[in-house]
Write a protein that binds this ligand. Structure first.
Ligand SMILES: Cc1ncc(C[n+]2csc(CCOP(=O)(O)OP(=O)(O)O)c2C)c(N)n1
Length: 375
């Protein structure tokens, strides 16, 4: 039997797909690597943006498709209905449906399991692809998407691609950020630590502070290194670390540290403007920038090629912005009291530590953090 990745790629090519926009999911990481090589690939910062880009591609008479995780549909639905559907533009969406098969992350259940009902409620047609044999359904349905200018979602179960792996996952390239003077780059210290090493270095500085930690492996690493009742571990809701931390900081005098990631900040950068507007002195945003979506297979983000998070934070009006890559710089940056919001840009090497899942129920995490804030 043909390898399911080969089969899907053959179907996409056979249907003349011109552009593929993607935002990674761990369960399709090897497929995404191939897509990057074999198609015109658009790496996204947020799923919704892919709907707009795909609309532009369709307006130019070309054929767009997207690959996203089920959680990403929550970021797309308005644009899908008021843009793609409203203007009767074609879009094929391939969704890595989480929460239905060998799921280890509880926060994937609410969106993943309700996805068929959400799509039905939105009037978006979908097909369920549960086994490699079901891939034939895509071949049958795809032509009508482009002939009749429709949206069609294909719900891909992780079971379809189970067991497939690629030995050579790429490590994001370290290259100078475009738009900045190359001599300026030379003066900058390159990253020295992985996210795990960096968290270990600063762990003691987090003592008795409220810590809101980015979803996925960052939270598992923090739990393994320095669990305390005041740590709020995110399990889903990518892009919400800084907004959650901002909300807490506006509601208490206690110190709040957000451990965010480059991919998550790029998914929701506007929150930096809101944070700058309120400028809370009890809020520190530590942007751990490994130039990749570390938790989903280290797909490169744009901080490795064209985005400078330090400049971004300054551009949004945050007054206290530092770049810290060495041990002393990092610790000083966290310790130093400033009058207003602090943003620490911490470049990091790619890589994840092998750490277990967090053995706490999410409502237990919530209870402990709330008690700490109230105390
Ligand atoms: C809306 C949404 N889209 C995609 C995902 C899949 N996902 C989970 S973690 C993650 C990567 C986060 O990257 P970053 O914030 O840079 O943190 P890192 O893991 O690199 O430290 C992605 C893409 C998701 N959970 N939610």
């Amino acid at each position: 039997m043909q390898n399911p990745e080969d089969r899907l790629i053959e179907i996409l090519k056979g249907n003349g797909i011109d552009f593929l926009s993607t935002l990674p999911c761990d369960r399709i990481k090897f497929l995404l690597e191939r897509i990057k090589k074999e198609f015109n690939h658009i790496p996204l910062t947020r799923e919704e943006e892919g709907v707009g880009i795909s609309a532009g591609i369709a307006l130019a008479g070309k054929r767009p498709a997207m690959f996203v995780q089920s959680s990403g549909i929550g970021n797309m639905i308005n644009a899908l209905l008021s843009l793609t559907g409203f203007y009767e533009l074609p879009l094929a969406i391939f969704i890595s449906q989480r929460g239905i098969y060998r799921e280890g992350i509880a926060a994937q259940f609410p969106m993943g399991q309700r996805l068929p009902k959400i799509l039905s409620g939105a009037g978006i047609a979908y097909s369920t692809i549960s086994t490699p044999d079901d891939l034939d359904l895509i071949e049958r349905k795809l032509p009508a998407v482009f002939k009749q200018n429709r949206i069609h979602a294909f719900l891909l179960s992780p079971a379809v691609f189970e067991g497939i792996c690629d030995t050579a996952m790429p490590v994001p390239p370290a290259c100078p950020v475009r738009g900045r003077d190359a001599s300026e780059d030379k003066k900058r210290q390159p990253p020295k630590f992985t996210r795990y090493e960096l968290l270990k270095l600063i762990a003691s500085q987090l003592d008795s502070r409220i810590v809101v930690c980015n979803l996925g492996i960052p939270s598992k690493e923090l739990f393994a290194i320095h669990h305390q009742p005041s740590n709020f571990y995110m399990l889903g809701s990518m892009g919400m670390a800084t907004p959650i931390g901002l909300g807490i900081s506006l509601s208490t005098d206690k110190e709040v540290v957000v451990i965010d990631g480059d991919g998550s900040i790029l998914m929701n950068p506007g929150t930096l403007a809101t944070a700058a507007h309120f400028n809370p002195s009890n809020l520190t945003i530590l942007a751990v920038d490994n130039s990749s979506y570390g938790s989903t297979g280290e797909q490169p983000t744009l901080t490795g090629s064209c985005v400078d998070l330090e400049l971004l934070a300054r551009g949004f009006g945050i007054g206290h912005v530092v770049r810290a890559s060495g041990k002393k710089q990092l610790i000083d940056a966290i310790k130093r009291p400033v009058n207003g919001l602090k943003f620490i840009h911490a470049p990091a090497l790619p890589g994840n530590a092998k750490v277990p899942n967090i053995p706490l129920h999410h409502l237990e995490v919530k209870r402990e953090v709330m008690e700490f804030i109230k105390s």
